[in-house]
Design a protein around this ligand. Structure first.
Ligand code: ATP
Ligand code: MG
Length: 590
């Protein structure tokens, strides 16, 4: 390709709304352009890099036994009603209406479509296992699209869906995908590592995310260098001990705490109750129901864990008014001591219809973090503004309905597997593998007859890779002050030939054309910078776009019968003109 034939609109400065380095470089290197927030056009070079990521993904999916299909982006809502996700995924679903006012969803993933297909096409264990995959545009109504391709409203994903006859076979399919993902990210030049993950809206019971470490990542991961344990903070647990029980103390006692509404204030004189002897009482609205959530005063509730453990689809902290309505006190004085809850019936806050007296009998649910199990001599709010209780014993004084691991792990806590200190780091999720089980196959009727002729739902898995996000992660990981530093495998062009004179009959241009032809014949992706620009401009652009190897042909070296070869992050080497193509090939082959 000749530089002047294509379109590479490099920019000296990134637009102000680009916050992270990879987003800036995507724009500055002329790889993408924004049409609207979260919606981008791929320019020729960006598209070339994207196609290379796709190709690696396809090769490894095929190698792992995947079979490629292409499913529609327009999906009928009925199958989403059947799976139950019309409700659970409603926040991200793009909905469109056709001219006859019929509703459609734009595909955010395709579990419903592929399971419907399997329901119709797969009838016998003899047809299993199957792993269908596609590479296609996905739509998600992200509330905060940001960081360019990282979180877009429209993006490209590879999604795959496996169908197996048994649980063991499904585990084997999962393992195959896990291994394929490891190879895919390696081939993309990415340092990605798998972590245990929450299963979220898609559901299922076993899941890993592939993470690329990056300060700008939207995920936080807890990991252990000693044994390799790694988990998304939404899922991570640690071996931190439970709250130490004390000699069973005196009975519960109410005391005045005027104006004290924080854990910290209560930990100071004259009260001096350390945070680890306080119970933090939070009111959450879980699918419209108020729920009390208890964690230790020095711990933070993890909302994702809370939602996952309770099966709630939508959770949010209650407002101060809702706390008042539920418990009769404001945040800062809330508690779950049973005696203060007795008269507090469960009210649905979204349901204004008046209820006949006595009809609301179910008690408020109290969900407590495991770290509080057995704790006594604790202090907590009295559900009366300006008062707390002390000497509270969880088992004696509070009716806990459910115990779960709900707290967020912090750095330095002992690893749950080996006890060594955990570390935290930020990371970008580039891929996700789920074992789904039979959730979708049951709901959408993807059954088969097993060897004994018994009808069974297929055991499923689903596996996503954000192709566009992966591309940007490559840049987030590979860059320096001058621009992108591409791995050879993903670079839009591997080689940039830069003749410093571009008149067609100049010796520099003629040699450039010759090397271009030789390398192209060898299957190398080459771009020839035929712009009539100053050397400084051409070198700067080549570094900004980040071509892995630059071959420059200037008058001085030509006079010596040489050209200069420069790897993007390595020293210049002079080679004889006749050896130029071979030297480049040697560099590429490593
Ligand atoms: P996230 O937690 O980042 O919102 P997710 O867990 O909802 O992502 P999945 O449903 O697991 O995403 O989708 C598979 C892959 O698709 C993700 O691992 C990610 O690489 C990519 N992806 C998801 N949402 C987006 C988006 N809005 N823009 C770009 N890529 C995305
Ligand atoms: Mg995910």
């Amino acid at each position: 390709m000749k530089w002047t034939q294509t379109l590479i609109p490099t920019l000296r400065e990134a637009p102000a709304d680009a916050e992270i380095v990879s987003h800036k470089l995507l724009l500055r290197a002329g790889l993408i352009r924004k049409l609207a927030g979260g919606v981008y056009t791929f320019l020729p070079l960006g598209l070339r890099a994207l196609r290379k990521v796709e190709r690696i993904v396809r090769e490894e999916m095929d190698r792992a036994g995947g079979i490629e299909v292409l499913m529609p982006a327009l999906q009928p809502p009925e199958i989403w009603e059947q799976s139950g996700r019309a409700e659970t995924a409603k926040d991200v679903l793009f909905k469109v209406k056709d001219s006859s006012n019929r509703l459609w969803f734009l595909s955010p993933t395709a579990e419903e479509v592929i399971t419907t297909l399997a329901a119709n096409e797969i009838n016998s264990y003899r047809q299993l296992p199957k792993n269908f995959y596609q590479v296609s545009v996905k739509f998600r109504d992200e509330i905060r699209p940001r960081f360019g391709l990282m979180r877009a409203k429209e993006f490209i994903m590879k999604d795959a869906y496996s169908f197996d006859a048994t649980d063991e076979a499904a585990m084997a399919s999962y393992r195959k995908m896990y291994d394929a993902y490891t190879r895919i990210f390696e081939r993309c030049g990415l340092k990605a590592f798998p972590v245990e993950a929450d299963t979220g809206v898609i559901g299922g019971n076993y899941s890993h995310e592939f993470m690329v470490p990056a300060e700008t990542g939207e995920n936080e991961v807890a990991f252990c260098e000693a044994c390799g344990y790694a988990a998304n903070l939404e899922k991570a647990t640690s071996g931190i001990p439970r709250t130490a029980a004390r000699e069973v103390g005196p009975a519960i006692e109410k005391f005045a705490t005027p104006g004290v509404v924080t854990i910290e204030a209560l930990s100071k004189a004259p009260y001096s109750v350390p945070a680890n002897r306080q119970i933090k009482t939070l009111v959450y609205i879980a699918d419209s129901q108020p729920v009390l959530v208890l964690v230790r005063g020095d711990d933070q509730l993890n909302e994702t864990k809370f939602a996952a453990r309770t099966g709630a689809v939508q959770v949010r902290p209650a407002t101060s008014e809702e706390c008042m309505a539920t418990l009769g006190a404001h945040p800062g004085s809330l508690g779950a001591v049973a005696a203060t809850l007795e008269h507090r019936a469960l009210t649905r806050l979204d349901d204004p219809a008046p209820k006949p007296a006595g009809s609301e009998t179910s008690a408020l649910k109290v969900i407590a973090d495991e770290r509080l199990r057995g704790a006594n001599d604790m202090t907590t709010g009295a559900n009366e503004d300006g008062f707390h209780f002390r000497h509270v014993s969880i088992e004696r004084d509070i009716k806990v309905s459910e115990w779960h691991d709900l707290r967020t792990v912090t750095a330095g806590e002992p690893c749950v597997k080996c006890g060594k200190p955990l570390k935290l780091r930020r990371a970008i999720e580039v891929g996700h593998v789920f074992k789904l089980g039979t959730k979708y196959s049951e709901k959408l009727g993807a059954n088969f007859l097993d060897e004994a002729g018994i009808r069974k739902p297929a055991v499923m898995g689903c596996y996503g890779i954000g192709i566009t996000r992966t591309l940007q992660a490559v840049i987030e990981q590979g860059n320096d002050k001058d621009g992108v530093v591409w791995p050879l495998s993903v670079a839009p062009y591997q080689i940039c030939i830069t003749p410093l004179a571009v008149a067609p009959d100049s010796p520099a241009m003629q040699l450039a054309e010759k090397i271009y032809a030789e390398l192209t014949a060898q299957g190398v992706d080459v771009i020839l910078d035929d712009r009539d620009e100053r050397p400084g401009v051409k070198f700067k652009d080549a570094d900004l776009v980040g071509f892995p190897i630059r071959v420059s042909i200037g008058e001085k070296s030509l006079a010596k019968g040489e050209v200069e070869i420069k790897p993007r992050s390595g020293p210049v080497q002079a080679v004889k003109t006749d050896d130029a193509a071979a030297a480049v090939l040697r560099l590429i082959k490593g």
